[in-house]
Design a protein around this ligand. Structure first.
Ligand code: HEM
Length: 121
């Protein structure tokens, strides 16, 4: 997915992650799962993870180690409804930020696959 970092850079990734968290904060289903006193931290973790995963800075690995995303999501009950809501909010965030093709298509596929993999209920 290095093409994504080449095409939209840290700036583009940070913009859609910010748009995503603006929605998560207001969301009745998945909003309450996130630590209410650390929105900035949550936003930074997803942003740095995606920057690393899309071929940019390795800051996430330096600060958080191996992602082990499925394990890190075990504490949160994620079924189909939570998966679908996460994907809906992310889709809206990508729309708002006008992420261009081919990055958009690659991100849609990556998120659909990863969100399904996080299901633990
Ligand atoms: C399927 C629905 C999902 C739900 C309900 C969910 C929920 C959460 C919650 C509540 C957290 C803790 C927030 C925090 O870090 O303070 C978290 C962390 C995180 N999530 Fe998700 N998530 C979902 C899917 C995804 C997907 C699809 C990705 C990546 C493509 C992702 C990437 C991350 C990352 C990188 C972290 C921080 C991990 C760490 O370093 O501790 N999540 N998620």
């Amino acid at each position: 997915m290095n093409e994504i970092h080449d095409q939209i850079g840290e700036e583009g990734i940070s913009a859609f992650v910010a748009a995503f968290y603006r929605r998560v904060k207001e969301d009745d289903l998945i909003g309450p799962m996130y630590p209410a006193d650390d929105w900035e931290g949550s936003e930074k973790r997803l942003r740095d993870f995606l920057i690393y995963r899309c071929g940019g800075s390795q800051r996430y690995l330096e600060e958080r180690g191996h992602p082990r995303l499925r394990m890190r999501h075990f504490p949160f009950p994620i079924g189909e409804a939570e998966r679908d809501r996460w994907l809906k909010l992310m889709g809206e965030a990508l729309d708002e930020s006008e992420v261009p093709e081919p990055s958009r298509e690659m991100l849609d596929a990556f998120f659909a696959q990863t969100a399904d993999f996080m299901r633990n209920r």
